[in-house]
Structures are given as C-alpha cells and as structure tokens.
Design a binder for this molecule. Sequence first.
Ligand SMILES: Cc1cc2nc3c(=O)[nH]c(=O)nc-3n(C[C@H](O)[C@H](O)[C@H](O)COP(=O)(O)OP(=O)(O)OC[C@H]3O[C@@H](n4cnc5c(N)ncnc54)[C@H](O)[C@@H]3O)c2cc1C
Length: 480
Amino acid sequence: MRINLAVYSCRFLLLTTKNTDSNFLRVLQGICGIKNVHPGSTNESYGKDEATKKNYSFQYLVKPSNEGEIAQIVKACNLYGIPLTPRGGGSGLAGGASPVKGGVVLSTERLNNIIRISTEDKFVIAESGVVTDELCKAIEVKNLYLPVRPSSAPVSFIGGNVASNCGSINSLKYGSIKDYVLNLQVVLPNGEIIWTGANTSKNSTGLNITQLFVGSEGILGIITKVVLKLISKPKYEYTLLAEFSTLDKLYNAIISVGSSVLEPSALELVDEFSSNLTTEFLSGTSSLERSFSKAMLLVNFDGNHQHLMEEKLEHCFHLIENLASGEVLIAKTEAEKEKLWKIRMNIGAALSYGNRIYRDIDIAVPVSKLLEFMSSIKRISNQFNIKVACFGHAGNGNLHTMISVDNLSDIENPNFIQAVDQIYKSGIEMGGTISGEHGVGILQKKYLPLQYNQAYLSLVKEIKRVFDPNNIINPGKILD
Ligand SMILES: Cc1cc2nc3c(=O)[nH]c(=O)nc-3n(C[C@H](O)[C@H](O)[C@H](O)COP(=O)(O)OP(=O)(O)OC[C@H]3O[C@@H](n4cnc5c(N)ncnc54)[C@H](O)[C@@H]3O)c2cc1C
C-alpha cells in the first residue's frame, strides 16, 4: 500500500508543482523514510569510487532497505528525469559507481541480509549489499566455499562483485564470479522486479538474462538479491614463492607450471619494480619473510589430500628450480602464507603511499602473449618516461599495469595519456581484452572501439535503450 501511495503522490506533485527539487526530495523521503535520504553535499565520499580521485557532485544519497523501495525510487527518477547511480561498496576501479551526471546515488548498504545458505542445494541467497567478506565467512562456517573472493572483500558488496564480474587470485582454477551466479533478483529501470534464472544447478530455459546482468555495471537495472552456487571448501592450501633474475625465466616458469597437470589455484607475478618498491614500503615492519628485490612468482595449490599437495609442491619445485634465482620458499600455515603474500597484497598501498597515485589498467591477454605484452609495456614506459608496476594474475594473462604518478595533474598530461593509449592498443593487438576484472565504467570506455566493431557497439547501445529508454540508470558509463 505504501508503495502505491508514494508513486501516486509523486505523480500528483509533478503535475501541480512542475518538477521542483523539494517535491522530488519529499517523494524520496516518502519512499524510504527521512533518515535514509541525505544531501549529496554532505556525503562527498559517495561521489566517487576507488578509481577516480575526483568527487562528482550529486543531489541525494538514498539508502533503501528492499526491492520494493528501490522500484519506487526508480519510478520516481524516471518521472522526474533524474539520473540514478547504483552503488555497492564503492571499491570499483573503473569509476562505475561515480555519479558523473549527478542526481541520485542509491546505496545498497541496507540490503545486507544473508537469506539462506543451503548445504543440500549448495547455494546461498543473499541481498546485494552484504559485504563480501561477511558472506564468505558465513558460507565457510557451513563448510562450503565461494572461491571467488576479491582482495577488496572487506569493503566490496556481493552485488557490486556480480555487477562488475569480479575475479580473484584463484580465478585461474575457479573462474570469475560469473561462474557462480545462478539467479538474480533485479529491479529494472521501469520499476518492474524480475528473477533472471532459477535456483537450480542446471537451467536451460530461455535467454540467459542472468549473465547479461553479470558485469553490466549497473546500467541495466539494480541487483537486489543474488543466488550463488557454492562448492566444498578444500582442506589444504599451500604456497610456493620463487624469484627470477629475468622476465624470460619468469615467463617460462609461468608457462611451465600453468600448462602442467598441477592445476594451481593461483599463479601470480610481481615484477621487479613492484617487488623493490613494496619491500621498501614495508621495511621496518616485521611482517616480511625477508626483503625481495627481483621479479617473483607466487603459486597456490589447494586440495583435500595432504600427500597429493606435497607431491604437487615437489613437482612444481622441479619445474622451476633451474629457472629460479636463489631459494624457493614454501608456506603451509596461515602465518607462513601471509608472510609470503605480503608483498603481492601491499603493492597498491605502496604505490599510493603519501601523495602518490596510480592509474590501474587491467588488460588480460592470452597467457602465451604475456612476455610479449610485458616487454611492450617496458618499451612504452621507457619511451614515455613513466613508472609502471606490473603484477597480478599471470596464470590468466591478466595483469595490473599500474602507472605511478606524483599527483593528479600528471594523469591529464598528454605524454601520460599517449602512454596509456599505447598500452591498451598493444594489449588488444595481442588478442587481449580491455578489462579482465574491473569493468569499463568511465575509465576504460574510450578504448572499447579498439576491441569491438561498430555493429557490436550499436547492439549494446540498443540493449541499453530497450532496458532504459530514458537513460536514467547509471548514465555516462560503458558506451554512453
Ligand atoms: C584494494 C582493492 C583490491 C581490489 N581487488 C580486486 C580483486 O581482487 N578482483 C577484482 O575483480 N576487483 C578488485 N578490486 C576492484 C573492486 O573491488 C571490484 O570491482 C568489486 O567487485 C566492486 O564491488 P563494489 O561493491 O565495491 O562495487 P562498486 O564500486 O560500488 O560498484 C561497481 C559497479 O557496479 C555497480 N553496482 C554496484 N552494486 C550494484 C547493484 N546492486 N546493482 C547494479 N549495479 C551495481 C556500480 O554502479 C558500478 O558500476 C579491488 C579494488 C580495490 C580498491
């Protein structure tokens, strides 16, 4: 009843007072309560995500508590012609949650209930605003496992993970979040509410609308509930770390381990620049195994049989021992593993220490092109005199190419822009994709025509128009 009244009253106000700001505010307050509607001017942190250092100004921050309220907000935005930007944890690295056209920011933070974890059906049903780490912990209490857990899990939301099709360090073995989404509840831009799939492990019924929403970055509607497939949690996870004196040797180790029968869950590289920078950043803390100055490879194995795990470690050691430089380190306990992963997990912090900032590019290339791609990045960085840290998901050919600068204005420098353009061009020429896991947002949209032809781009625009003819939901993103 409250839903109908709110929509009805917003129509009435529109007719009698010509779309004034205060009327729109009252409509929003009528829908989700005065205390859940805030002025944008006093909530600046919602005006950006982790990609853009710039705050975009917007009118209102709304914090609805359920899909019914969201449906009414969307209808009101359509009626008043006000843009709406959906927001999860705001940890995105493509600018997707930045309200570039102002209007309303819709935070899903109050949709934070885990509805059901089924051990028989091996799925979880959760609202989209549940913090990823909290969801993973609740799942693991039941001896189940959601293997795709991004490094941002303490702050990201599960709805944001699905909307950006996130990956994680063990995507090599387990894929991206798209491989776990069974069903989604979505509020469409016209305010209708749908379920996109079924809570079954198999479903061959009709168009795969579920996957259309995975990675749609909030431009087609607002995800309000997710149903995710779960697996059994492996009992053991071991880590191996090796250093390499040249990129060639590191690459040969990646190919050798990645194409073996060993099935590592993670195969992550850290280049020499990142290794040195982060060792220096962490120096003085007692948390490092030792200091590192060369490029390194981290390999994870997981499984349920200890003797098989030992065999895998030994096999892996033999594959890389002639390529590696110095001692190969192995970690089996949580404390040991944390020490070995410390450098890899702190590169972003090292790169943003003090006033430093970075521009993250997350191109993925076929693994066979990884050496060529890294050599090309090196060439470009020398040519344009820029500092680049390369690290990440080597097993997937998905690198974080982070260009380090001293301040924001450097990013607008034509020399910097040319270097970035060259890196994208080079990755695409090698058969790569613009984004392996962060999405397009505003940061990477300029490069879409490098990867897709005009017919593809027009089709995407048409799909957006079908869902959102008034271009209300997350305008300015992907192709807009
Ligand atoms: C330190 C750090 C580590 C990171 N590590 C990883 C990593 O390991 N793997 C990885 O893939 N990414 C990583 N990221 C990037 C980011 O965390 C992921 O993209 C994450 O999935 C974003 O989730 P979020 O809830 O913060 O989404 P937001 O940033 O809030 O939003 C992301 C996009 O999804 C849309 N959106 C959000 N919620 C909804 C919803 N309910 N319905 C519809 N659209 C919605 C937004 O409009 C936006 O376009 C990292 C970022 C940081 C800062």
